[in-house]
Design a protein. Sequence first.
Length: 468
Amino acid sequence: MSTRLEALVIGAGISGLATAYALAKSGITVRILEAAPRPGGVIQSVKRDGYLLECGPQSFSGNGAITSICKDLGILEERVLADPKAARYVLIDGKLQAVPMGPGLLTSSFLSGGTRGAILRDLFGKSQAPEPDESVASFIRRKFSDTLLERLVGPFVSGIYAGDPETLSLRAAFPILYEAEKARGSIIRGAFAVMKQRKAAATIAPRTPREKPTLQTFRNGNETMITAIAKHLGDRLTCGVQVSSIQAVEADHEPNAVRFRIVAGGPRGEETLETERLILATPTEVSGKLLESFDAGFSAPLSAIGYSGVAVVSLGYAMKDVADPLTGFGFLVPRSSGLGILGTVWNSSLFPGRAPEGHALLTSFVGGATNPGALGKSPEDLAAQVHRELTPLLGIRKDPVFSNVTLWQRAIPQYNLGHTARIAALNNLRSRYPGLYFSGNYLSGPAIGTCVEQSLKTADEVRISFTN
Ligand SMILES: Cc1cc2nc3c(=O)[nH]c(=O)nc-3n(C[C@H](O)[C@H](O)[C@H](O)COP(=O)(O)OP(=O)(O)OC[C@H]3O[C@@H](n4cnc5c(N)ncnc54)[C@H](O)[C@@H]3O)c2cc1C
């Protein structure tokens, strides 16, 4: 006997959870299936030995969508916000140098005179529009300088995508900059105009309240939001159940007819579910495989989206053994430094309760698209390497007293050259199958806030389809 549903979501990372949450709120009969024993996907908070660490994302930029969900779930008061002025450092010539924020960048010695001149030309002049699909590196070199790419843009790209600026697409990875440049021939003037336009559009049709993005987490870690959504969903969420196949059901012409038959396996055996609307919130390679027997055409655009692998190394030190006062957010590392670390977040400086009294928790990222071999190392070797590299930078005098390493072989989707065309092909094919939807971090951006916004949009589409 199979269960019949109005909507079924596969995958309970933040994208699947936010989609299911919004569907349930609209009164749609929904279930969400998750292969792992726990929901949350890459969002995992761990409490151990007095430390509170994050195995995946360390924090996130808030937005209206997240705030409104948190308010609904009664966890808004649990949020902790980072100091928006917390200094961010970049490793230059062997030293951590604070990145000047805002206009201060123009007068600082952080950038060469040539780069500062190029920034001024951007502000007051007009340059040739970007290529339809140009790499971030090529664009920054052409418009500004190698120094800007090396010192600021490269490390920043590592911080978001763990990506390679030579292959990341400006248009797909940084759409605001692409639109700005295309519209005004100036990133700075154009970005202001694009943001003003978006703000106006949101005022005309407000979906969720707008708010300034502030870096945040929760008193008990990022997982607070996951646990709260999961609790709200109750028995609509089932974990430890792996979906193994999706088949098309011969649909009649009713708009709300059953269209998909899903087979899922778990400890209690196999289960077959039938649904009118199916939302895949799984990583691209899983979605491609699951849809293979449904329509093999999905496999090409989905499997062409690569992921960078990242090792997340959290080390705890006694503060008395660290010379650096660790005031700020942490630091990013240009690839030319030769270090394995891409960047380090000073968790205990940013948020309370991350380390026992008198201790510091520092989380470093190793690997990424420019160093895939790092993921082949053992957790012990990675922890030792990070400690070795941090020691001279932060004046560390003793070994760490705490260590945790998480390896993500497929951590973050890469919005590489061709990404926009791949997503267009995916949507084009999807339009042939009413009732089929995608949610996930490869669609509009990998940040948690963007995943939530994207998921609410998907849920809206599903909801509207019931009224058509
Ligand atoms: C190391 C790291 C650091 C990051 N740092 C930040 C940061 O600082 N700030 C920020 O905003 N974002 C950050 N991100 C990005 C952000 O965390 C992710 O993009 C986002 O959480 C992805 O959510 P998702 O639901 O789309 O995918 P996932 O979390 O990957 O969820 C997909 C789910 O599908 C499930 N699944 C797979 N196959 C099946 C199947 N056959 N049946 C059922 N279920 C299945 C999986 O088990 C998983 O739970 C980081 C990501 C990583 C990995």
